[in-house]
Design a protein around this ligand. Sequence first.
Ligand SMILES: C[S@@+](CC[C@H](N)C(=O)[O-])C[C@H]1O[C@@H](n2cnc3c(N)ncnc32)[C@H](O)[C@@H]1O
Length: 306
Amino acid sequence: MRPFLKWAGGKRWLADREELPSLAKFDRYIEPFLGSGAIYFHSMPKSAVLSDVNEELVELYNVMKDSHCELYERMCVHHASHNKEYYYRIRSERPLDRIDRASRFLYLNRTCFNGLYRVNLKGEFNVPIGTKASVIFPGEDFITYASALSSAEIIVQDFEVTLDGCGFGDVAFIDPPYTVMHNANGFIKYNENLFKWSDQVRLRDSVERATKRGCAIIMTNADHQSVRDLYKDILEYSSVSRRSVLSGSPNARGTTTEAMLTFGVDWSAAEPKAVDEPATASEIEGDDLLRGTAYSGSREFPAAMP
Ligand SMILES: C[S@@+](CC[C@H](N)C(=O)[O-])C[C@H]1O[C@@H](n2cnc3c(N)ncnc32)[C@H](O)[C@@H]1O
């Protein structure tokens, strides 16, 4: 099953790849950096703890889980009303009702530029309108999403708290914002406003504690020497290649690699998988923007953006 959100750094491309170890043998699935939950929706584990620091994101999941009919009704209103003026009006609103807030979040995710999530220093969502006009997709059924989430515990929480609750029988799929240590000239600054290098170190320490309690780990991360060095004593490294854009142009496709770092997983049980699903240009652009641009805080988009 596919996620209902579009999310920068989303792992939909990994879901069908043979490099993803089987999750079948574990009692409980943990995802401390939830985003769109692409691997969760793909795997559909019996029991799960899903968490993220983004409060509105987690609220949307909980509304989808317990009030999908009301959410769908409000999405129908957004669908019927969508245009440029309506988008900016909804973007400027601060609904007090949780279902209104959740439907606003989902509406903006589906119609903003590349599904990006960015807020200014006041916490106001400030991504411009994108090109997608569909607010509800043909044949989309919110009951399916609600039932996929019915047995999951979905919480607003820093990753460290979530990982400190994991132990034997659990598998944690960990997909943090990709941040690498600065090189000498300070050129590499991927996502540093969002997730600092000190967070990567804190994550490594949390992961190490979890492995000592017997929790299995599947982590994706930047395929960078600083990250490989950080995990070299605790996780097994491999690299996964995927299609990407070169020079910021969706027409100049190339290949990039991401790191896969694991502990205690069962490679022999891996299911036969399909070949890499081609990413859409907008997915690639969204990732590319995030990797090259510190997007939280008050900075504006580069001038080239609409
Ligand atoms: C790369 S995205 C995860 C994408 C997800 N795997 C998917 O398939 O869509 C990283 C997520 O980490 C969340 N995040 C950032 N800092 C965090 C923290 N300290 N604790 C928990 N979540 C955090 C962000 O809100 C974002 O949703």
